[in-house]
Write a protein that binds this ligand. Structure first.
Ligand code: C2E
Ligand code: MG
Ligand code: MG
Length: 579
C-alpha cells in the first residue's frame, strides 16, 4: 500500500506517467499494472521526452516510468532531463537494455530503480513503484529539513545562498538587476524577554508568513537567523523596484499582530543591496545589505537604507584598517601623545592623559577615531590597551626619574579591557614593572563601557581601586546610566563631556547642566575636569561655576612626551608658545 502524500490532494489516486514510444510495450505495462497495484491509479501515457516534460510541468505525477530509447532522448540523458523537469518525482526506468553500466549511471543520475522489460512481472513492478515513491519521499523530506528553518518553514541561509548564486549567474545574461534585502526586526529581544519565547516564536512565524504574502512567487524569503530575514528579488528593474519592495515589507511588518488577544507592534530595519550581477559574489552582496541594515538601525530604526558607494568605500577602508591593525603593534606603529590637564586657579599642570596615535604606513598619522572601534571589534584592543598602559607608565617613570613631578597619568580603558578577567593583574604587573606609583594612575572609562557587562565590570573596577588606582568617568553625561551608575561604581574623577563645554555661551541649556555636574561632583567629593576647553569665555564660565580643573586646546593639545617635560618642570606655563 502506498501511503498518501501528506500535502497532495490527489494523492489517493496514484498518477503514473509512462514515457514509452513503443505502443505494444505501453499496452503490456498497462496490463501488468492492473494486477500490480492495490490502489486506484491513473496512467498517463506519452511517447516522447518533450511530452513528458510538458506533462510534468503541470504537476501531479506520483511516479514516472521511463523508457531510455525515445525519439528525442536516449540513455542516461533521458533520466537527467526527466529529473530536471520534476526533481521531487521518483523515476523507475523501464527499458529493454540489459546494461549494468547504464543501470548504474541511471541510478546515479537520480533514478530510483532500473527494470528490464523482458524480466519484469506484476510483483516486481508493483514493488519497485512503491519503494521508489517511499524512498523519494524520505529523500525530499530530508533535503527539505537540511535547507529550511524548522520554525517558519522558510528557506535557511544555505538555500538562500544557493538561490542567490543561481540568480547572480542568470543575471549576467540579462539586463535586469538582483536585489538582496536584509531585514532585522527592531527591538525583538524586548518582545522575547517580556512576552516569552513562545510568543516570540509565534511572532516570527507571523512575520515570515506576511513577508511571503507581499513578495512575488519567484522571490525568496529566508530566515537568516534569530530575528533576521533575507529577501532575494531576482530580475527587477533597479533601485526604484527594490525600494518599493522594502516599503511593502516594512509596511506589512508594521501592521499590528494579535498575541493572546493583545495587539503587539513591531517595526523593521531594512538594508538593500543591488547588483547587475557582474563581478558580484553572493556573500559580499549579503554583507552589503547587512551593512545597509546597520546604517538603518543607526539612523533610528524602522526605516530602510540602500547600500551605496560611500558605504562600500567605508567598508573597504574598515577592512583595510582591521588587516593593518593586526601588524601595527608588533611593528611599533603606535605612539602616545599626552594632553595636560590644568588647575584653573594656579595654571599648574595637574595631570596628563595618554592618547593613542597610529603612524599608519600608508595613511599617515591616524587619530583614535579611525582605529579604536576596529580594535575593539577585532579584540586587538586587549593587546593595544596593555601596550598603552605600559608605555604611559614607562613615561611616567622616565619623567619622575628626570626630577619632574607627575601628579596624575590618565589612561583610557575600553569595554573589552574591562571585561578581561585578569585586568587587575595586568595593571598590577605593569605598575610593578615600571615602578609606577598606583596613586598616580587614573583609568578612564565611559558609562557605556560599564553598562556593556555590568556585573563583572563593577567587580573589575573595585579590584583596581583596591590597588590604589583612581577611576575616572569619561565623557560624563553622554551615556545612559549616569546617576545610578555613580552609586554603583567606585569613581574618583568626573570628566564633563566636551559637547557641554562647547555649548557654554551658545546653548542656554549647557550652563545649567555643567553647573549641576560640578555641584554633584562636589557633593560626592569627586574631582571634576572639564574637557575640550577651547576659549577664554569657556574658562571664565567654568571658573564661575566652581569647576577647578580643565583640559583642552585652549591650554594644550595632546603633545609628544618631550614637549611635556618642560611643562612638568614648571619651565612652561599656560599661554607660553610650545615647540
Ligand atoms: P577622550 O578620552 O575623551 O579624550 C579626549 C579627546 O578630546 C582626545 O581626542 C583629545 O584630543 C580631544 N580634545 C582635547 N581637547 C580638545 C579640545 O579643546 N577640543 C576638541 N574638539 N577636542 C579636544 P583623541 O585623542 O582623538 O581621542 C579620542 C578618544 O579616543 C578618546 O576620548 C578616548 O575615548 C579614545 N582613546 C584615545 N586613546 C585611547 C586608548 O589608548 N585606549 C582607548 N581604549 N581609547 C583611547
Ligand atoms: Mg579620556
Ligand atoms: Mg572624554
Amino acid at each position: 500500500m502506498i501511503a498518501p502524500a501528506p500535502d497532495n490532494g490527489r494523492a489517493h489516486v496514484v498518477r503514473l506517467l509512462l514515457v514509452e514510444d513503443n505502443p505494444g510495450d505501453a499496452l503490456l505495462v498497462r496490463e501488468m499494472l492492473r494486477g500490480a497495484l492495490d490502489e486506484p491509479f491513473e496512467l498517463v501515457h506519452v511517447r516522447s521526452l518533450g511530452e513528458a516534460q510538458r506533462e510534468l510541468a503541470g504537476g501531479g505525477a506520483t511516479c514516472v516510468l521511463l523508457d531510455l530509447s525515445l525519439p528525442d532522448a536516449d540513455g542516461v540523458d533521458a533520466v537527467t532531463r526527466t529529473q530536471a523537469a520534476a526533481p521531487d518525482v521518483p523515476i523507475v526506468v523501464l527499458t529493454g537494455r540489459d546494461d549494468e553500466r547504464l543501470a548504474l549511471s541511471a541510478v546515479q543520475e537520480g533514478a530510483q530503480d532500473y527494470l528490464i522489460k523482458s524480466r519484469v512481472d506484476e510483483l516486481l513492478i508493483g514493488r519497485s513503484i512503491r519503494y521508489a515513491i517511499e524512498r523519494k519521499r524520505a529523500e525530499v523530506q530530508l533535503s527539505h529539513q537540511a535547507l529550511h528553518d524548522p520554525l517558519t518553514g522558510l528557506p535557511n541561509r544555505t538555500l538562500f545562498l544557493d538561490r542567490l548564486e543561481l540568480a547572480l549567474a542568470r543575471s549576467q545574461r540579462r539586463p535586469s538587476a538582483v536585489a538582496v534585502l536584509f531585514l532585522d526586526v527592531d527591538r525583538f529581544k524586548v518582545v522575547n524577554d517580556s512576552l516569552g519565547h513562545g510568543a516570540g516564536d509565534r511572532l516570527l512565524v507571523d512575520v515570515a508568513r506576511r513577508l511571503q504574502n507581499v513578495l512575488r512567487p519567484g522571490d525568496t524569503v529566508a530566515r537568516f537567523g534569530g530575528d533576521e530575514f533575507t529577501i532575494l528579488c531576482d530580475d527587477i528593474d533597479g533601485e526604484r523596484d527594490a525600494v518599493q519592495i522594502a516599503e511593502r515589507v516594512a509596511e506589512t511588518v508594521g501592521a499590528p499582530f494579535m498575541l493572546d488577544n493583545n495587539e503587539a507592534f513591531l517595526t523593521a530595519s531594512v538594508g538593500i543591496a543591488l547588483t547587475d550581477g557582474k563581478d558580484q559574489r553572493a556573500d559580499s552582496l549579503i554583507r552589503d545589505a547587512d551593512s545597509a541594515m546597520y546604517r538603518a538601525k543607526e539612523r533610528g530604526k524602522s526605516r530602510y537604507e540602500l547600500f551605496d558607494s560611500v558605504m562600500r568605500a567605508r567598508a573597504v577602508e574598515r577592512l583595510e584598517i582591521e588587516n593593518a591593525l593586526h601588524r601595527a603593534l608588533e611593528r611599533g606603529e603606535f605612539h602616545l601623545r599626552y594632553q595636560p590637564a590644568v588647575d584653573l586657579d594656579t595654571g599648574a599642570v595637574v595631570g596628563v592623559e595618554a592618547l593613542a596615535r597610529w603612524q599608519h604606513p600608508v595613511r599617515g598619522l591616524l587619530e583614535p577615531e579611525a582605529f579604536i572601534a576596529a580594535a575593539e571589534e577585532t579584540g586587538l584592543i586587549i593587546g593595544l590597551g596593555a601596550w598603552v598602559l605600559e608605555e604611559a607608565c614607562r613615561q611616567w617613570h622616565a619623567w619622575e626619574a628626570a626630577g619632574a613631578v607627575v601628579p596624575r597619568m590618565s589612561v583610557n580603558l575600553s569595554a573589552r579591557q574591562l571585561a578581561q578577567p585578569d585586568l587587575a593583574e595586568v595593571v598590577a604587573r605593569v605598575l610593578a614593572d615600571t615602578r609606577t606609583d598606583p596613586g598616580s594612575l587614573s583609568l578612564e572609562i565611559t558609562e557605556s563601557t560599564v553598562v556593556a557587562d555590568e556585573g563583572s565590570a563593577i567587580a573589575a573596577l573595585y579590584a583596581l581601586k583596591d590597588q590604589g588606582v583612581a577611576i575616572g568617568l569619561d565623557d560624563f553625561g553622554t551615556g545612559y546610566a549616569s546617576l545610578s551608575l555613580l552609586k554603583r561604581i567606585p569613581v574618583d574623577v568626573l570628566k564633563v563631556d566636551r559637547s557641554f563645554v562647547a555649548g557654554l555661551g551658545v546653548d542656554p541649556k549647557d550652563a545649567p547642566i555643567v553647573t549641576a555636574v560640578v555641584g554633584l561632583a562636589d557633593a560626592l567629593r569627586l574631582t571634576v575636569i572639564a574637557e575640550g576647553v577651547e576659549t577664554s569665555e569657556q574658562v571664565y564660565a567654568l571658573r564661575a561655576m566652581g569647576c577647578r580643573y580643565a583640559q583642552g586646546f585652549y591650554f594644550w593639545p595632546p603633545l609628544p612626551a618631550e614637549l611635556v617635560a618642560p611643562l612638568l618642570a614648571g619651565r612652561l606655563k599656560v599661554g607660553d608658545p610650545i615647540a
